[in-house]
Design a protein around this ligand. Structure first.
Ligand code: 5GP
Ligand code: ZN
Length: 113
């Protein structure tokens, strides 16, 4: 996907990554909503969580590993954090490349569920 910003960021060998493995990267959100706000992004262009296909399991496994590593690196493993995935229009997804927000570093009061 030539015009996808997260394809470019995730496959930049000189990227400033919080976490990087063969399948995913994690980097700070450009517009953080909390002291810790990291995006965990597969290197493959997958539009959203509903677009995962057979064969994409390795990305899901790496996202799961990345969540714990990023939380540890950012110092919120003990204090707690929240993972958010927006899928599609009603969720307000603005970048159409699958990503998971990891936010923390303060009390995240506004629970909707
Ligand atoms: P969404 O609304 O799709 O769930 O989240 C998209 C997120 O990507 C937003 O939090 C936004 O701040 C972040 N974002 C958009 N463009 C860039 C960028 O070029 N660099 C970084 N680091 N984050 C971005
Ligand atoms: Zn992409």
């Amino acid at each position: 996907m030539d015009d996808c910003i997260f394809c470019k960021l995730a496959n930049n060998e000189n990227g400033n990554f919080v976490y990087d493995d063969e399948n995913v990267v994690a980097f700070d959100d450009i517009n953080p909503v909390a002291p810790v706000h990291v995006l965990i992004v597969p290197k493959k262009h997958i539009q959203d969580i509903a677009s995962l296909e057979e064969g994409d399991e390795k990305y899901v496994v790496s996202v799961t590993k990345a969540i714990k590593e990023v939380a540890r690196i950012k110092g919120v493993l003990e204090s707690g954090f929240r993972i958010i995935n927006n899928c599609g229009v009603d969720a307000g997804q603005t970048v159409n490349h699958l990503h998971f927000h990891l936010i923390g570093g303060k009390s995240l009061g506004e629970k909707i569920i």
